[in-house]
Write a protein that binds this ligand. Structure first.
Ligand code: ATR
Length: 271
């Protein structure tokens, strides 16, 4: 069947994007095949895009580590993708590869409630990590009026984000995080620390401003060591599941023209 969709990455086995998309494909009776996950090595991505262009794919989601390569392979990209120099959503249309990035809107929609937004606008936020996800988060937080401190192991990566996005923010080394915590209203971990259930001790929550909101982009495990520690100290916490779902929703809308919702049923189906 033509009009198919899938996610590509390497590794990809852990991805729950197929569960999310297939739930909505069924819910909205979209006439496409099953959304698949496809493991692709870097050297195979270009040929795969050409195959898709020639035939049976409507679109692809792109995940780690191919978002930057996908950007380079596109014939046309959205303003946001251009800014981030990374693509997570590809559409094949009229023999062209069109790239977009729905990560920032996914993050924005995941923090749409007042209890979260009130910790961001004109407030001080700490973004830990300077990888691909941090780029989208920093871009979005800045456009929501946040003051940003970016903490990362490698300073150069943080400087590169500043340069590419043309955004002004402060840098802080991981060792210096304790020095900024007392003024921080929103903390977000974008590093992969904690994904394999390892401890993440980058923040001493005893030093963090009392009313601060704590977010971890990791959604598996649902409550990382980082979030558990924050919760124990009385902070409101959130994991990355909603962002994943909302970025998927934005991709779904691009391909199928329908804006799907985040229902309790969907959340249950992911358990
Ligand atoms: P993603 O696209 O998910 O953001 P990434 O681009 O590989 O993934 O970025 C991973 C981030 O986690 C980076 O900021 C990385 O720090 P460096 O920039 O110094 O490499 C950070 N990270 C990964 N493992 C870490 C560790 N053990 N301690 C501290 N930071 C770590």
């Amino acid at each position: 069947m033509s009009n198919n969709t899938a996610v590509i990455g390497h590794p990809i086995e852990h991805s729950i994007s197929p569960k999310i998309h297939n739930f909505w494909i069924t819910e909205h009776r979209i006439k496409v095949g099953e959304y698949k996950k496809i493991s692709l090595k870097k050297e195979d991505v270009k040929d795969f895009f050409e195959e898709c262009k020639a035939g049976n794919y409507k679109g692809l989601n792109v995940t780690v580590p191919h978002k930057e390569l996908a950007f380079e392979l596109c014939d046309q990209v959205s303003t946001i993708a251009e800014k981030l120099q990374a693509v997570n959503t590809i559409t094949f249309s009229e023999n062209k590869i069109i790239g977009d990035n729905t990560d920032p809107i996914g993050f924005k929609n995941s923090i749409s409630l007042n209890k979260q937004k009130s910790h961001i606008e004109n407030k001080k936020t700490l973004v830990i990590g300077a990888g691909g996800s941090a780029r989208s988060i920093i871009y979005q937080l800045k456009s929501m009026g946040a003051h940003i401190v970016n903490a990362n192991r490698t300073e150069n990566k943080s400087l590169k984000i500043k340069e590419d996005l043309k955004i002004n923010f402060d840098f802080c080394s991981l060792q210096d995080i304790p020095l900024v915590l007392k003024n921080i209203d929103f903390v977000i971990n974008t590093t992969s620390l904690g994904i394999d259930k390892t401890d993440n001790n980058l923040v001493d929550f005893n030093l963090l401003k009392e009313s601060s909101y704590v977010y971890d982009l990791i959604y598996n495990p649902k409550k990382t060591h980082f979030l558990k520690q924050a919760e124990q100290k009385g902070h409101q916490i959130q994991n990355g599941l909603k962002m994943l779902i909302f970025q998927a929703a934005a991709s779904f809308k691009i391909w199928h023209g329908v804006e799907p919702t985040l229902s309790d049923q969907l959340i249950k189906s992911l358990d």
